[in-house]
Structure formats: C-alpha cells, structure tokens
Design a protein around this ligand. Sequence first.
Ligand code: H79
Length: 682
Amino acid sequence: MKRLLFLILFSFFLISCSFAQKGTTTQHDTQMKWWREARFGMFIHWGLYSVPAGTWNEKTGYGEWIRTSAEIPLETYEQFMPRFNPVGFNADEWVKAARDAGMRYIVITSKHHDGFCMFDTKQTDFNIMKTPFKRDPMKELAVACEKYGLKFCFYYSIMDWHHPDYLPRREWEKDRTVGDADYNKYVAYMKAELKELLTQYGNIGVLWFDGEWEPTWNQTRGLDLYNYVKGLQPSILVNNRVGAGRLDMEGLTKQGMFGGDFGTPEQQIPPTGLPGTDWETCMTMNDHWGYNSNDKNFKSSKEIIRMLVDIASKGGNYLLNVGPTSLGTFPRESIDRLRDIGKWMELNSESVYGTNASPFVSTPWGRCTMKSVKGGFRLYLHVFNWPANSQLLVGGCLNKVNKAFILSDKNHPALKTVRVDDAIIISVPSAPPDSINTVVVLDFKGAPDFTDPPEISAAFSSLVDSLKITLSSPRPKVEIRFVVSDTVKQVDMGGVLYQGPFNLYNEYVVNARCFRDGKPVSGTSSRRFELKVPYAARAVSELKPGLSYRYFEGEWDNMPNFKKLQQWVFGTVDTLTLAPKKRNENFAMYFFGYIKVPKRTLYKFTLSSDDGSKLFIDDRLMINNDGLHSMLEKGMETGLNAGYHAIRVEYLQRTGSAGLELYIESPGVPKKLVTKEMLFHE
Ligand code: H79
C-alpha cells in the first residue's frame, strides 16, 4: 500500500546515485540487457573452508567464515591446503546443473574473505595451484560456461584475512602484528589479481565484490576500483559492494552514494518492487554459503521456486547459492533442488526470463510477472493459491482480453474469461496442474490500463478516541467511494463519495474503491483499524526522576531470566542509557520505573537495539526485540490514560557494537526519544 511513497523516494535516490559514473543511460541499459533478461543465476561459494566443512573443535556451525569465527591462526588455516584435492570436480557437470535448472549465469568465489585464491595467480602462493589439485577450476568453468551459453562471473572479496598488507587485523589475531603493513600495497595486489581474472578467463559477466564494509574501504577507492575493472572489460557489470554505500543486508545503496550497476540484498527479498533500481537477491539454499556437512536445513524446491517468482514479480534477479564439498561436488540436496527447479523452468521459464515487475499492488492468488507482446501485453499469473471455486479473479484491469491459457498446457487451449466491472474472471480447472506454481497466461490488447485500489492511510494503525483516515489513488480522473463496516466488503456505487480525510471513532474496516463514470475501475482495498482501550494510570506518589537499573554479566544469545540471576550491580540513571555498563560485550541490563504521559490517547513506542531488547508497559510485554542482531527497530501501539505507567526495558549485549533507544509518538506529536523529563522511579 505504501508503494507510491516508495516509488517517489526511490526515484530520487536512483537519479542521484545510479547514473553517476556510468556513461550514458542507453549504454548502461545495453550492458544490463543480458542480466535483466536472465533473472536467475547460480552463486558458488567454494574455497579452502570446504575442507573443515563447517566443523572446528567439535563446533559444527561454521561456514566460509570459519577462520575468523573459530579464530583459527593463519598457519593452522594454511594447513588445509595440502588436504584440498577436489578430484571429483567436473566443470561440465556444474555448469550443466546450473543450465538445466534454468540459471543463466554463474558467480563463483575467486577469492573469499580468507584470502585463498581459487585461480592460478602469480600474486600469491596462497592459491589452488599450490594444493595437490594443481588445476585452475576457474579456467575449466570459463570453458564450460562458454560451451553451455552461461555468463561466467567472479565474486572477489575486498576484505582479506591473509594478505600481510590488508588492514585492519582481526581483533583476536594477537600474534599477527600490523608491522609495516601498507593498505595501498594491498590495493595494488587486488588490482594485479583482478587484471589476471579479467584478461585470462575470457569475457566476464559480473564482478561481484564483497567485504567492503571495513573502515579502510571508502567511496574514492570504490570508484577507482570500479573504473579500473571497467577499463579492463568495458561491458562488465559490477555490484554495488564495490563502493562503501551499501545499506546493511538490505543491500541497496544509500541515497547519494555510488552504487555500481546493481544492488545486492542478502538473504532477503525487498517487500515491494523498486522501480528503476536493478537489484539481485543472493540467498543460500540451507543456512551456510560455504559447505557445511551438518547443515541439512535446506529450503524446499517449492519455497525456492516461489522465491524466484516472488523476486521476478518485483523486478529483481535471484542468485541462488551452492556450497560444493572439498571433493569438488555439489551436495546431494542441492542437486535435487536444482533438478526440481529445472523441471518447473522447463515448462514455465518464459514467465521468468525477460519479464517486468507486477503491475498490481496486491495479488492475493500469488504473484504476477509481465511482458510486452505485439499489439498488447501479457500477464503471467503465478497462482500459488488455487481458487476453490475454479474462478480466478484479476481486478483493476480495463484492457480487452485476447486469450487466457495455462502456460504448461500443450497447444495452449483457451480458458473461458468473463468481465465483471473492472475484473476479469478466468475459469480454471478444479485442481491446479502444478501444485507449486501453475502459471496462467493472460494476454491483453493495447497499452496497459490498470487501476490499483485506493491507498488507505493513517498515521497509526489503531485508535483510542478517533483516527484521521486519508484515501488516495495515483490514477487521474477517478473518484473514490468507501464503506466503513465491521467486515471486508466490496464497494459499489452505494459507497460514500470520498471528499477528504475523515475520522474513525471505533474499531472498523475501511473499504475503498476507484470509480470512473459511475463504473468501478479498480478492486476494493480494505484495512482494519483496531480500537485500543487505554491502560489505567498508576496511583503513585513521591517518585524521583530517572529509572532504576540492574546490570549483569554473562554470555546470552537470548534475554536471560533475570529472576534467576544472583549477582548484580544496581543504581539509577536519569534516562535510558547503557552508560553504567562495566564492559562492552557480554552483559545484560534491565531498567524499571514509571513513564509519565501527558494525556489520554494512543501512544506508539519504538524500541531499537543492538543486540536484543524488550519493552513492558504496565507489566505487559509490548515489544519483543530479543535475539542477537545489529540495530533493529520494532514498534507497538497502545492506549494510555494520562499519568504514570510502569515501564520496564530489558537489554542484552553479546558481541560487537551496542545500542539502545526508545522512542514515543502520539497523534499530533512527532516521534522523539523518550527523555528524562518523562521517567521516574520509586
Ligand atoms: O559471501 C557470503 C558471506 O560470507 C558474505 N556475503 C555473502 C554473499 C558475508 N559477509 N558478511 N556477512 C555476510 C554478514 C556480515 C554482516 C556484517 Fe555488516 C558486516 C554486519 C556488520 C558488518 C554488512 C555491513 C552488514 C552491515 C554492515
């Protein structure tokens, strides 16, 4: 529903960052063409870490980060080299497996963070030619990719835990002194290796950088590296991690920052499409990138196929990872999934390759991709939820239907369609031909003529006494009609004509729909607003300013049960702050007292922390932001009467950076930090 706002925001940051340093738009578009067409690629994380296969000192949770996560000294890690002999490696088999799954490109780790080079480099002996294997798998893969028509692409880590000139050192690496390390020498080393990669392996589709987030890397170095790489292969594509402007794991580029050729969400799919932005979600099949022999937590083929389609429907690419073993073979589970995906793609790949994002805000039956065809356009309806009544309804489209059919049906016999107002109803078989995802094709004449249902917006999603509701549609020359009711309802001409914001005074569903010339031109959107009964204020007296706190030390992955903990340091703080901590890692705290609110109304609290936290108001758990994570925000609305309310904030810090913030907002009062004026204790 927030798509419009998203669209506006994103168009701004696209204009500001994505065209910088890229030559003309047309040239950029020409270079992006194969990549936008492809939609689906294979990521391969293969390196020395496949030898320990995720296990070190009886702990089994490691992957390609094993050297640092398990704090393995450099000399010990180098001892994996004589044990690395992937005699089962067959480039042809790997590339064929990718091609048969419908993947159009392969991105493989030429060097990961451990610094081990999987290619024949003259720049270091820490490479695969110095193992018993003595072969260059990158050469063999380049040949096989050429043979099967896939684009061959390199992953290359900027962070390097092996090279003597790379900085900074890991904090735990006490025995590796910095000495006279020179980061500029490291950059020269990278460039020399990249020159090898870009001159000895034919045309490379993408250079996929990573490990760019350390303080030694910056925008200037990023831009320089981008230009260097493009100087060696002008039509190569470079991901945004070449620069220093990535937004965490969300992977897109911060506004105004240099963002290479495409964004890189990691292990996540953006909630909506990002019109005008090129992006690629990279994702593991199980829970590790590098091979982990104990990790059997594989996504099902169904999940993967649906994710591929979800991503395509939002206009992105899917880079799906395989972590081969130290013998040079794909894990069995990965092979099985690739084969299943291939079976689906064999019948349905047309609905993925070269498609555009869905024109709809909401598709309750599944996902939608789209393509222009001669004289009109084609929708691919990816039906995840097969209609029980065999009637598939597609709302908000005013074009004339040419034909509807099931893509996997040989000879494409036409399905019966009827128009009801703005909707097309397609008669489909009673059971889905493919229970994972049946693709129904809907061909239309002319230029797309769609109307989304109106957006129903309000500052909050619940109310105490009243809430202002606004309806809007980006579509010109439509009128919006609405019905406020107990339930979700289709709006017809009997609905109230919307003439401006209105107030809601109770728990209701707002239903809204667009009309033109007395006829509906969109589907109905519906949104429920919840009524909150305010909590009573506490009768308290003689409070002092500030909060009480208790402080504990220990290693917890989740909020500890404080009642069971004996030792503590205690005291008071004037506001919510981690200042009383005695060390920076492995501690927990809780704060308690009262929060004073000025009037009876709805309040929204937002709790942001790194790592976990919880908020209790009047002894009820309001926000659960527990677990180990970087700064993560969670919000919750509640009604409060004027006066004092019990507040308790729990906080947990494991390792890395620490932070805790609590915000409050209410109708007419913008979001702000909870300050000391509002906090009290007994
Ligand atoms: O190669 C795979 C992983 O080994 C690698 N990227 C994928 C493709 C990877 N490296 N690190 N991570 C994944 C997770 C690291 C996250 C963090 Fe950060 C680094 C948290 C803080 C620093 C990135 C930069 C996210 C926030 C800032």
